[in-house]
Design a protein around this ligand. Structure first.
Ligand code: NOJ
Ligand code: CA
Length: 714
């Protein structure tokens, strides 16, 4: 499947004025369509500023750039422009798996070369790129005399907003992204208050900041989303919010173990700072800016990873019906079976076979088994977690070879599970052995997890130290033909283009919160915000597909104390729609097999694709609704998904994306007339209809409702 990466490749060096003194103190750059313009300037003090203009109006006002350093003067003034270069690129590249096959990468680039006018006369370059869907810039520290390395205390990139925009944000937590989205004006962002949540295993937020992607809508209806691309050997960026002046400033994630946040030897480049700009909310989702800013595929053929739907021994643990642990002795050196097994262990060979049978019968090709390896008795709540999990030793009631054999015979591959419990050094030491076991068993994907505070103490999930760990895991795994689905991850920044074994990640409030969060779970609007925020970063392992919406089997979980009245706060049709609305090359059908058996709605999950030829965002407003159509690569079948927030609404779908002259068998899965996320979530109507390229149909979405349509070629 690995075809030629560059089908069209045009690079032009438009002009180059390097290495002669500049009289000019400003430079500018326009996107291919010329709707977006970036202006660069130095002020009288020699401080760098940039400004972004959209349709002849400021969209980012003049904003300063620079760095505070440890044991060295700040790099934020005294500069002069010593040269500049322009370049343009227009290429098409192919995704090995993805939400579309071909991606166009078309931009204009300006490189500004700066030097301090007086000693120490340090050099710093800034690259700007103007695309038709937004802008990006990054700093470069070229090799130079007298500067071997930089210790960055903080980056001081400003984003001066043009108004008090409506904003969809999560707190700028250094340890977790699993917060609910808030919708407020910039002036009302109170991240410290909103970050307080008892259900988070780790959280750390030092100041009023938000995490990215953070999305905004201006008074004029323009949509902006701020993020970063190609986060490599650097700290994750939060955006500090000045609620008075409406300025966002980069706030890098730090460490308690040293005074700097990033340490790098020269030469190096920072991640790209990105601003997606769109007339309509839906265009943010179609934008491929983040991916385009990453380097081309370095792994070559990754066809050993196949996009898939999967089931798993997972939801039953979150419901409290089964446990990850077996009930062994807590002597971590021996993990002896002392006969104390409590009989609630989920990961048994027999249970795995039950799920495999269900998967095989329903065309799903993966099974995740959590709690298969020793150590879970010493997980949440324990400080000393190094050396507990080894990722190769099974509990006595789980025979991994037998599970692999049984699955293989039925076309179902095991998805490995590595919960590191954030004992990162242990995982660093163990991962080669763990991946080698997977390779020997023919297992090609693993779900990793980092629940808890990072060990060593003082490091945070999103700091440079962990960014480097997550990258090491991807690179090591690739050697064993293993793909990674990380939970409690570093945010996605488009690395999947370069390392396509980065298949999916969590990094948001997933389905699990609906089982046990003490706030009653994700509100109905949750998944009408996620596609316009978190999903702009990359694929999401949300784990949709709960059919038993009211969680009839839930038992009070001793781990989480209280007897909670939880449920899924959506209709059943909404759960189906998520297979199309949320993009991931792996999609779980997370409910228990007995909740699917006999329910005709299962047919949609059986039919729906996971790897796409193209995706079209038909309509949507952040926090209200979204409608997406996707065409499956192998079959050319189409699937449509739409979800609504807590309000009912009518939506009209224009089917002009269908091919002329083709016949489709069209099945609609829609909310029943009385459907409501709380009062009547299971009310679902399944009907066959006939539509073609010229059809425009109106559908009703219930409060918290959804719509799923399969259009299968006859
Ligand atoms: C948190 C993950 O998000 C969840 O999916 C997993 O089951 C647990 N950690 C255990 O690893
Ligand atoms: Ca999680």
């Amino acid at each position: 499947m690995y075809k030629k990466l560059f089908l069209v490749f045009i690079v032009g060096l438009v002009s180059s004025y390097a290495c002669h003194r500049y009289a000019k103190n400003d430079l500018s750059l326009s996107s291919p369509s010329e709707r977006i313009k970036i202006e660069f300037s130095l002020n009288d003090l020699g401080t760098p500023f940039y400004q972004v203009i959209f349709d002849n109006k400021d969209i980012i006002k003049k904003s300063s750039m620079g760095f505070d350093l440890l044991d060295a003067p700040a790099l934020d003034k005294g500069f002069e422009i010593i040269g500049s270069e322009e370049m343009m690129m227009n290429e098409n590249w192919e995704m090995p798996w993805g939400e579309q096959r071909m991606v166009n990468n078309h931009f204009e680039e300006l490189k500004v070369m700066l030097q301090e006018k007086t000693a120490p006369k340090r050099l710093m370059n800034i690259y700007f790129r103007a695309y038709d869907d937004g802008v990006a810039f990054r700093y470069e520290f070229p090799e130079q005399n007298g500067v071997e390395e930089l210790m960055i205390v903080d980056e001081k990139t400003e984003f001066q907003l043009t108004g008090d925009h409506k904003t969809w944000w999560i707190p700028g937590d250094w340890d977790i992204y699993e917060h609910l989205y808030n919708t407020t004006k910039v002036s009302e962002i109170d991240a410290l208050e909103k970050a307080k949540h008892v259900n988070l295993a780790q959280t750390s937020i030092p100041y009023n900041a938000v995490n990215t992607p953070v999305t905004m809508r201006t008074e004029d209806g323009i949509h902006l989303s701020f993020h970063e691309a190609n986060l490599t050997d650097y700290a994750g960026m939060t955006l500090k919010v000045d609620t008075g002046s409406l300025v966002l400033t980069s706030g890098l994630v730090g460490s308690k173990n040293h005074k700097y946040k990033v340490k790098r030897s020269l030469p190096f480049v920072t991640p790209w700072r990105t601003i997606q700009i769109a007339d309509e909310a839906k265009d943010l989702i179609s934008s491929k800016l983040i991916l385009n800013l990453n380097e081309a595929n370095k792994l070559g053929d990754v066809s050993w990873f196949k996009p898939m739907k999967y089931v798993g021994i997972w939801w039953e643990m979150h419901l409290g019906i089964a446990t990850w642990d077996y009930g062994m002795t807590q002597n971590m050196n021996t993990w002896e079976d002392t006969g104390k097994a409590h009989g609630k262990h989920g990961a048994t060979t027999e249970n795995a076979k039950r799920y495999i049978d269900f998967a095989a019968k329903n065309g799903m090709s993966g099974i995740l088994v959590e709690g298969w390896n020793t150590g879970w008795e010493h997980w949440i709540g324990f400080e000393d977690r190094e050396g507990v999990f080894d990722f190769v030793t099974c509990y006595p009631d789980y025979d991994i070879e037998e599970v692999v054999r049984y699955g293989r015979e039925r076309g179902v591959e095991l998805i490995m599970h590595h919960e590191t419990s954030a004992a990162v050094t242990t995982y660093d030491q163990q991962m080669d052995t763990a991946f080698a076991l997977m390779e020997s068993l023919g297992i090609h994907s693993v779900k990793t997890g980092y629940v808890g505070k990072i060990i060593p103490k003082g490091e945070f999930h999103h700091g440079q130290w962990m960014v480097n760990h997550y990258r090491r895991v991807l690179e090591t795994a690739a050697k064993y033909k293993v793909a990674i689905n990380a939970h409690e991850p570093i945010k996605a920044t488009g690395i999947r283009r370069t390392l396509p074994n980065a298949i999916a990640r969590e990094g948001l409030r997933g389905q699990e919160f609906n089982a046990w969060a003490n706030d009653g779970g994700n509100p109905p609007e949750h998944l009408t915000i996620v596609p316009f925020t978190r999903m702009l970063a990359g694929p999401i392992d949300f784990t949709p597909g709960v059919f038993d919406i009211k969680l009839s089997k839930k038992t009070p979980n001793p781990n989480w104390g209280a007897e909670l009245k939880n449920q899924i706060n959506t209709t059943l049709a909404h759960q189906l729609a998520l297979y199309v609305v949320l993009y991931s090359p792996i999609q779980m059908a997370c409910d228990l097999p007995e909740h699917y058996e006999g329910n005709p709605a299962l047919q949609f999950i059986r039919d729906v694709g996971v790897d796409w030829e193209q995706s079209i965002v038909l309509d949507g407003e952040v926090g209200e609704f979204v409608i997406i159509a996707r065409q499956e690569r192998e079959t050319m079948n189409w699937f449509v998904g739409a979800v609504s927030d807590e309000n009912p609404r009518d939506i009209t779908i224009d089917f002009s994306f269908l091919e002329e002259g083709k016949n489709y068998k069209v099945i609609v899965y829609k909310d029943g007339e009385e459907a409501h996320w709380n009062d009547n979530p299971l009310s679902l109507v399944i009907e066959e209809v006939s539509v073609n390229k010229n059809s425009k149909e109106t559908f009703h979405l219930a409060a918290g409702g959804g719509l799923a349509i399969s259009l299968i070629l006859d």
